[in-house]
Design a protein around this ligand. Structure first.
Ligand SMILES: *Cc1c(COP(=O)(O)O)cnc(C)c1O
Length: 460
């Protein structure tokens, strides 16, 4: 895609702010922290540059349009998408009972949930980015070979000529789990050969699910980064292999960004306003950062400075926060283990591309202890009857970290939000869970219930 827009980006600092020693010490001790991004710009429009390219609302709309072109085909390939005519979307839910359980007073705003844990086909937020990238690759091939036109009917891509073409190519990805699930399932459904490189400690049910869909699972000893590197090497040597690179992919990020357009419709339909008197706080679980950055970017294009995006990371894997303060560093460099039950967020090193995009947009980052994830996983089932995986619970600490820590309150003051809180919307993005096997989910919920009971029993 060519871009001849010229935008002055000289005012945007590409440099990291200082890494405060007290924050570094708290991170090293794996204490939950809240960090506000001092480089966030309140300008109504700020150019976002990724890999030397300016991205804008037009790119968000282009990703959305691609999903729409493919919808008739997806409805044909996936029975679970018939009712939605091929759209892969999730509900927006009011969550008053969970709000009460979190002790968030209504004077501090209203709690809502964007229920991506229920996204069909992939069962997680990865349905947005991962599937978008596979569709973009398939579309480019099909157009190049004269099988479809941009304004044509894509349902023919389920027919023999397209399947024969796609079958010549392999789509590969390195993944701890959810990304592999989305890419593998979609690539295989379109007729590609699909390979998912996983670390050997990835969950057995994820491997089983992929294998049952005809996806080749390649297991690697070592961590996620090692699995990605191995997959990338193999793909580089093969012109018929397309490798989805979680850490560097603009297509992934733009696929995620399209969520903003549908969410805006949902908020409007629910009568939720977003403006200076009604700020929108969004709490996004963060792994490499592609998903939350894409969504934060998309929302910023629609709502300007009235949206405040916060990323949530496990206390042992705060890679995005580390990247914002010390570019190129990993969580190992500050002595953390990257060991967490939140397997969707267990990433030692953030995407530079996502960090670059977030420099002037991000409100901040906070970290969450694993125990808190389990307590909130249990609470949201108890109060709203929602079944989510541990990673997907990270957002629920957000409102408390923002309104209950010194750093959070300083953010609200600095952005003159104190007087607008009763009109605020706190949107927690629940990012995965649909396909977690029942027995595994039951163990998560029991652990959360036990921790919650112990907390209640403890004198305060
Ligand atoms: C992948 C994932 C995320 C975060 O996405 P990144 O692009 O890695 O930051 C959050 N939650 C779940 C459940 C995920 O699988």
């Amino acid at each position: 895609m060519s871009s001849d827009v010229s935008v002055d980006v000289s005012g945007i600092s590409a440099h990291a702010p200082a890494f405060p020693p007290a924050l570094r010490a708290a991170l090293q001790a794996a204490h939950p922290v809240f960090w506000a991004n001092s480089q966030r710009s309140a300008a109504p429009r700020i150019p976002t540059v990724v890999d030397g390219r300016v991205i804008s609302l037009a790119d968000v709309r282009a990703a959305q349009a691609r999903f729409e072109r493919f919808a008739p085909l997806l409805a044909r390939l996936f029975p679970e998408l018939r009712d939605s005519a091929g759209r892969i979307e999730s509900p927006l839910l009011a969550a008053p009972a969970m709000q009460q359980a979190l002790n968030l007073p209504t004077t501090a705003g209203a709690l809502w949930i964007k229920a991506d844990h229920s996204l069909p086909v992939a069962g997680s937020i990865k349905a947005r980015g991962g599937i978008h990238e596979v569709l973009e690759f398939a579309e480019a091939l099909a157009i190049e070979h004269g099988l479809v036109a941009l304004d044509g009917d894509y349902a023919c891509l389920a027919d023999a000529p397209a399947r024969e073409l796609f079958g010549r190519y392999q789509v590969a990805v390195g993944s701890t789990g959810n990304l592999g699930l989305s890419i593998g399932v979609m690539a295989s459904a379109l007729g590609f050969r699909a390979a998912v490189h996983m670390s050997s400690d990835a969950k057995a049910w994820k491997k089983d699910r992929l294998r049952s869909r005809g996806v080749q699972v390649v297991e690697h000893t070592g961590d996620y980064a090692a699995a990605v590197a191995a997959g990338r090497r193999e793909a580089d040597a093969d012109p018929y292999c397309y490798f989805v690179d979680d850490e560097r992919s603009l297509s992934l990020m733009l696929g995620y960004s399209a969520a903003a357009l549908h969410l805006a419709d949902q908020l409007a339909a629910a009568g939720v306003q977003v403006d200076a008197q009604h700020p929108l706080f969004v709490y996004l679980p963060c792994g490499v950062g592609g998903a939350p950055a894409g969504i934060a970017f998309g929302l910023r294009q629609l709502y300007g400075p009235h949206v405040h995006a916060f990323f949530a990371e496990p206390t042992q894997s705060p890679c995005f926060l580390v990247e914002m303060l010390s570019p190129g560093a990993s969580v190992y460099d500050i002595g953390l283990t990257n060991r967490t039950e939140a397997d969707g967020l267990a990433v030692p090193q953030a995407s530079e591309l996502a960090a670059q995009a977030m420099r002037a947009l991000l409100g901040g980052v906070y970290t969450v202890a694993d125990d808190t994830l389990f307590v909130d996983l249990h609470r949201v089932r108890d109060t709203e009857d929602l079944r989510i995986e541990p990673s997907a619970a990270a957002g629920f600490s957000g409102p408390g970290m923002l309104t209950g820590t010194d750093e959070g309150r300083a953010y609200l003051q600095q952005h003159k939000l104190d007087g607008a809180m009763s009109g605020a919307t706190h949107l927690v993005w629940t990012t995965g869970g649909l396909f977690v096997p029942a027995e595994e989910y039951a163990r998560f919920a029991e652990r959360g219930a036990a921790l919650a009971a112990a907390q209640r029993a403890r004198p305060t």
